[in-house]
Design a protein around this ligand. Sequence first.
Ligand code: DGY
Length: 329
Amino acid sequence: MPRVVLSLPLPGPAQAMLREAATVEVLGAILPAPEYRRAVVGADALLPQLRDRIDAAVLDAAGPQLRVVANYAVGFDNVDVPACTARGVLVGNTPDVLTDATADCAMALLLATARRVVEGDAAMRQGRYHGWEPDYMLGADVTGQTLGLIGFGRIGRAVARRARDGFGMRVLVHDPWLPGPLAEPGVSACGLDELLGAADFISCHVPLTAETHHLIGAPQLERMRASAILLNTARGPIIDEPALVQALRSGTIRGAGLDVYEGEPAMAEGLAACPNCVLLPHLGSATWTTRARMGELAAANVLAALRGELPPHCVNPEAAAGGPSPATG
Ligand code: DGY
């Protein structure tokens, strides 16, 4: 039987699916790099988490029989894809199944930050609410405001629909990486500077690449409105986090809602002390159904590769041309 190495146990049927065709080894933790390299020796498939770094050293430690790296995430910035392709290792990810959950989470952050939900909750729990007053804990309007989306892939589009159809928001989009036109009614494309200056809410939905690293830094924060609220449910390093802390402290922008962090799980110094931000621990896809579906998809990616087929969601199909022959067992 081929051997599949999972870092952490998965919710849902994924492990049972894998056991039909492979020996499944669950490491039970995100291991330090040297231990992880030792654990993957001889594996035919890896099913890592976004916290595992899959680099050339891991691939070489696994050995030439390794067929597939099926990341348990839609993002795959933790995987050195060119190194996988060079070794004929297919890389799979888990798109679509987490689009709605992540878009819902972006809207939750938008609403919570605008309407000061977390501050209000804390006031209630700590006995600091002494009765209704006309100017108590005022927040920002959401309905009819302008939302700027940086990135218009699956999740960006799902956020646009929620904002436009649910909250009557005007939606601006900056996505120079889109292969074609926006093709979404009620949504207008614009340059980054124009979006930064016009939007009441700015939400990041781009993958982390060399181009998007620190796409939002001090100069971009300066261009935003003083009333702007910045949201990030994509990847932390898209935002220069120390610069954001500075902007939140100085009132350069009104607030931020974050689900991801530059040095995750750590946060930039001072961020936790900013009352004008809402902080979530990377919960974008964290619903029971979504996490089970991600597992099913990752398992399907593994099983297809082990059968010698292209995984249903493969980010480097070109690796199939030059790879080793499929694992048998
Ligand atoms: C992903 O899939 O990339 C998310 O960050 C975790 O679900």
